[in-house]
Design a protein around this ligand. Structure first.
Ligand code: APR
Ligand code: ZN
Ligand code: ZN
Length: 361
């Protein structure tokens, strides 16, 4: 059997997205069919539409989603119809060299649904990050579904599927922020704001938010920043040093993805401190640093893929903290929109007044 559902498709480079009817097959072995309840709009979706990821048009966009499992294929035991799940784009294999050494958040062989979703004329769709959740239903590998407490709001929960998890994980998993640490976060969009919330959860004593937009700094304070720096008017490195007794922060998280801000992060950390790069650079960007400073300052320079998260470990835990009122996921939901508003949400991204627009179905 197949299902005909409405979905947001990017047909060609730079062209506005369109709402289309697509065909979703019933789940085969190892797959799950998920009825989507909410899906956040992420920069990566826009990046796909602009042809910045690859040329495999048409794309089925959307990847920060939560929903309910409708049916599962043969051999699926971890999730069952009726489960409320958050979708992830790293279903770990359990067999590659990373998985075998117990570091499956680095899994080098993550998988997606084997069957293809198509347009009505049979053209195969490429689902964004192997998910494609700006759709009433989508087909994924069962391992891409993580069951969480169903009393959580779908709009808030879905955000853990990408950007918010990336930010929280940059602080708690990659940066290893601990009780009493000083942390600075450069760039306080959805990802950076989540890093602030993560640092706070981990018990950081000082959380310094740095952005060039005062509106982002206001939200950062709501999520637990203890100090703010508008780096349009002030030197970020000096300001962070001043706020940390002249030393620099124990952990500095770069959530912009640019060489200038990476350099700020590099020099704003204490000796032997940690820099975490969670912002995603573009291919032409280059970084130049005195190698002696890289050596002499010691510590760790790390990058954080998807917050080095393990969905099965991190999603249920973070949803519990959310339901206990200890992690304000609702603060990331700036607006809820309909499926046919995704193009408008892309336009609003440039305005800077949105952490996340979330499609609610
Ligand atoms: N210094 C400080 N902050 C800056 C600078 C700068 N030079 N340039 C931009 N910013 C701020 C913006 O004002 C904004 O608040 O960085 C933030 C970026 O946020 P968003 O555009 O909302 O992006 P977000 O979803 O948070 O993602 C940030 O992480 O996962 C990656 O691909 C993603 O590279 C992107 C980054
Ligand atoms: Zn693996
Ligand atoms: Zn994303």
């Amino acid at each position: 059997m197949t299902h005909q559902v409405r979905a947001v498709v990017a047909r060609g480079k730079g062209a506005p997205v369109s709402l289309e009817t697509i065909i979703v097959p019933d789940p085969g072995p190892g797959e799950a069919l998920v009825k989507i309840e909410a899906c956040g709009v992420c920069h990566t979706d826009l990046h796909y539409r602009e042809g910045g990821i690859n040329d495999d048009f048409p794309f089925l966009l959307g990847h920060e989603a939560a929903g309910v499992v409708e049916s599962v294929g043969e051999g699926v035991t971890d999730v069952a119809p009726g489960d409320f799940v958050i979708l992830n784009w790293r279903a770990v294999c359990g067999q590659c060299r990373a998985c075998r050494r117990g570091e499956s958040w680095y899994c080098f062989n993550t998988h997606n649904a084997k069957q293809k979703m198509t347009l009505l004329d049979g053209t195969e769709l490429s689902p964004a990050l192997g998910i494609g959740a700006f759709a009433e239903k989508t087909l994924v590998a069962a391992g891409q579904c993580t069951k969480v407490d169903p009393t959580a709001s779908a709009a808030a929960a879905g955000l853990l599927g990408c950007g918010v998890m990336a930010g929280i994980g940059a602080a708690i998993n990659t940066g290893n922020v601990g009780r009493g640490d000083s942390v600075a976060v450069i760039g306080c969009g959805g990802v950076g704001a989540a890093a602030i919330a993560g640092a706070n959860l981990a018990g950081a004593a000082k959380v310094i938010a740095v952005d060039i937009d005062d509106r982002k700094l206001e939200t950062a304070v709501k999520l637990g920043a203890t100090h703010t720096v508008n780096s349009k008017n002030a030197d970020a490195v000096e300001a962070i040093r001043e706020l940390t007794g002249g030393h620099g922060a124990d952990v500095v998280i770069e959530a912009v993805g640019r060489p200038e801000t990476y350099k700020q992060a590099f020099y704003a950390r204490d000796l032997a401190g940690t820099v975490v790069l969670v912002g995603v650079p573009t291919p032409e960007m280059k970084l130049e640093l005195p190698l002696l400073d890289v050596f002499g300052r010691g510590g760790a320079l790390k990058s954080s893929w998807y917050g080095d998260c393990l969905p099965s470990r991190d999603f249920p835990m973070l949803i519990d903290l959310y339901l206990q009122g200890r992690l304000d996921l609702d603060a990331f939901v700036t607006e809820t929109i309909a499926l046919d508003d995704v193009e408008k949400a892309f336009e609003r991204m440039h305005g800077g007044d949105v952490l996340r627009s979330v499609v609610v179905l």
